[in-house]
Design a protein around this ligand. Structure first.
Ligand SMILES: NC(=O)C1=CN([C@@H]2O[C@H](COP(=O)(O)OP(=O)(O)OC[C@H]3O[C@@H](n4cnc5c(N)ncnc54)[C@H](OP(=O)(O)O)[C@@H]3O)[C@@H](O)[C@H]2O)C=CC1
Ligand SMILES: CC(C)(CO)C(=O)C(=O)O
Length: 330
């Protein structure tokens, strides 16, 4: 697990629990925490597995990539370029590199830097993982991992078996990535709200902003001839209508089908809370760039990117009606 933070530690911990030989490579903060507390992975169903400190192989040096048969890349999008250079320098040629990252362009960066010597595979994480401190990583949203379907991932999926980090395979990973991006348009609104996902999603004004970003996204993808796949309970065409629907309908149609822990937040909210630059350029920004290429505008997503920039510089959270007015002008 390269870039072992929330996702890398949770997924790696689950795979180790399933019997795989896992090594984690990441930062000193996590290494120190795990050396003190060991590692505990858990999920919303009450499943839990703990490892003692000496059972977790957590390294901070990228030369530890040399022994990997499969590298699961879990760095944030802004760190992909650097991580790819480290894989190129230390990984064994022929190794499979799976990107378990949000967004579209991480795989393009990896392919540009690695495709001549490594096998680059697109992956997708549909659920939220929270780092709770003291070596604890908690899956707070339902769903299964996805990766491109090929012999190496088939063997990996078989070895993992049934687990909170089960791996499903697909031949349409680009469609899945775009489908996931449409869902991830909620990340920025969640971050701007300053509230947990459940609390934010229950406010229709926040959902109206998400629905407007998704509607704009769906239109742009159609214009570009890109077909987003269905990720989760609702397909892309219906998603904006369901998200923007009245509260009673939304609660019954969507919230019941999607299990979300009360305290779960989006990964972009985690970034804002930690004072890190967010991945907005790789989510809403991806649509703004697509609109630029198509010679049209994407005013909703452009505005959301602008608001996240302000939030990264310290602007306070926005209440539901204030965000609606800022983005939709009404
Ligand atoms: N968290 C979540 O719930 C979800 C996240 N995702 C996606 O998964 C990906 C990973 O997110 P998440 O786990 O939250 O991110 P985290 O920030 O928790 O973990 C990534 C870790 O990788 C470290 N890192 C960055 N570059 C390197 C490097 N070259 N060598 C070693 N370590 C490195 C980071 O350190 P530093 O901070 O110092 O850079 C950080 O500790 C993102 O694309 C995110 O969008 C998808 C679904 C849900
Ligand atoms: C799981 C989900 C959709 C939660 O917002 C996510 O992808 C994220 O936090 O980045």
């Amino acid at each position: 697990m390269f870039g072992a933070g929330s996702i890398g530690c949770f997924v790696g911990g689950c795979w180790q629990a399933a019997g795989l030989d896992v090594r984690f490579i990441g930062r000193k903060g996590f290494a120190d925490d795990i050396r003190r507390n060991g590692m505990t992975v858990s999920d919303y169903n009450g499943w839990q597995k703990s490892f003692a400190p000496d059972e977790v192989d957590y390294r901070v040096d990228p030369d530890a990539l040399a022994d990997a048969d499969v590298i699961a890349l879990c760095v944030k999008s802004g760190a992909t370029e650097e991580a790819a250079k480290e894989i190129a320098a230390h990984g064994r040629p022929g190794t499979t590199v799976i990107s378990f990252q949000n967004g579209i362009s991480n795989v393009e960066v990896l392919e540009r830097q690695l495709a001549d010597r490594f096998i680059v595979v697109r992956g997708m994480v549909p659920y939220n993982v929270a780092y709770l401190g003291d070596g604890r990583f908690h899956k707070g949203v339902a769903g299964d991992l996805y990766a491109g379907d090929m012999p190496v991932t088939q063997a990996l999926a078989k070895a993992i078996g049934t687990s909170p980090a089960t791996l499903n395979l697909s031949d349409d990973m680009l469609g899945i990535a775009w489908g996931k991006l449409l869902i991830n348009l909620n990340n920025a609104v969640n971050a701007l709200s300053g509230r947990p996902l459940v609390e934010q999603l229950l406010q229709r004004d926040y959902r109206r902003v998400v629905a407007a970003s998704q509607r704009e996204g769906v239109k742009l993808l159609k214009r570009a001839g890109i077909e987003p796949a269905k990720v989760g309970a609702v397909g892309p065409a219906l998603l904006p209508t369901v998200i923007g629907s009245p509260d009673w309908l939304f609660r019954n149609l969507f919230m019941k089908a999607w299990k979300i822990d009360e305290k779960a937040r989006s990964s972009m909210a985690d970034d804002l809370a930690a004072g890190r630059k967010t991945e907005v350029d790789y989510i809403n920004g991806e649509l703004v760039r697509l609109a630029d290429r198509l010679g049209v505008d994407a005013p909703v997503n452009r505005k959301v990117v602008e608001l996240i920039r302000k939030a990264e510089s310290g602007a306070p959270p926005l209440p539901p009606a204030a965000l609606r007015r800022e983005v939709l002008g009404r």
